[in-house]
Design a binder for this molecule. Structure first.
Ligand code: NAD
Length: 263
């Protein structure tokens, strides 16, 4: 079977710039033959997105803030006007207050805990509920982005680790809920990447260097590698995979200690 997305169309959420993981996925999906729509968070992000969307043949862009039900309703209504059905949705959205992505986890505030989990985890349920009717007849794929700080402690990742643990659990519950309708739900877990969100985490540069030196592959994830994984999961080749957390991290998650030369 050739892994391709010809005849499929979907919504990509979370392109902030050309370093965004969502953009790596969009490019790979476009190359694989998919038609793409994009959502963005407010006017400033929309301006940056427009030329990128155009470069992959898309003029379908909708403004959606995942913290607002009204914004999500309006965005999905706008999308459904052009495309009554979609085949996939990519949720590459996360946020936490930068001041709490450094230092001691015990200082996590109630306000930032709620906001981080709302945007970075709960929002996947809100978008799944709105995408569901657009996929119910034909089946489809929902994808989200997680990180290994969910099940092991990564210093400074703090409350985002808790949010990713919730997001991974949401992935499994949605997979079970939507499986009977032919909808698959998976999460991709890349190692550290140089993006806006990645740079907000304390010590990001050191983490990036450390994982690059110590992964079994001696390499960090690339936009191309994450994009290729997303293409596979959204394609018919991934038709029996759901509820999965797929690591794209050069194998870092299998390690229990650094390579001997870095001890
Ligand atoms: P990014 O900054 O390029 O993308 C984050 C996106 O989230 C932005 O487009 C931003 O507009 C969007 N967003 C934030 N709050 C929003 C809101 N209220 N409504 C709508 N959109 C909102 O960074 P990225 O690294 O590409 O992040 C994408 C996903 O990948 C995130 O879930 C992130 O946690 C995950 N991830 C990143 C890394 C990494 O090292 N960069 C590693 C593993 C997983």
């Amino acid at each position: 079977m050739v892994v391709q997305l010809k005849g499929k169309r979907g919504l990509i959420m979370g392109v902030a710039n050309d370093r965004s993981i969502a953009w790596g996925i969009a490019k790979a999906m476009h190359e694989a033959g998919a038609e793409l729509a994009f959502s963005y968070q407010g006017e400033a992000f929309g301006k940056r997105l427009a030329p990128l969307a155009e470069s992959v043949g898309s003029d379908l862009m909708v403004d959606m803030d995942v913290t607002s039900d009204e914004s999500l309703d309006a965005g999905f209504a706008q999308l459904a006007e052009r495309w009554p059905t979609i085949d996939f949705l990519v949720h590459a959205v996360a946020f936490s207050d930068k001041s709490e992505l450094t230092g001691r986890f015990i200082n996590t505030s109630r306000r930032n805990f709620k906001n981080s989990l709302d945007i970075s985890a709960y929002s996947f349920i809100e978008v799944a509920r709105r995408a569901h009717p657009m996929m119910r007849e034909t089946g489809g794929t929902l994808l989200t982005l997680t990180y290994q700080g969910s099940n092991k402690v990564v210093p400074n990742y703090n409350v985002m680790g808790v949010a990713k643990a919730a997001l991974e659990s949401i992935t499994r519950y949605l997979a079970n809920d939507l499986g009977p309708d032919g909808i698959r739900v998976n999460a991709i877990s890349p190692g550290p990447m140089k993006t806006l969100a990645g740079a907000a985490i304390g010590g990001a540069r050191k983490t990036y260097k450390f994982t690059e030196q110590n992964t079994p592959m001696r390499a960090n994830a690339t936009l191309e590698a994450v994009g290729g994984t997303a293409v596979w999961l959204a394609s018919d080749a991934g038709s029996c995979t759901t509820g999965e957390i797929v690591h794209v991290d050069g194998g870092y998650h299998v390690l229990a200690m650094p390579q001997p030369e870095f001890l």
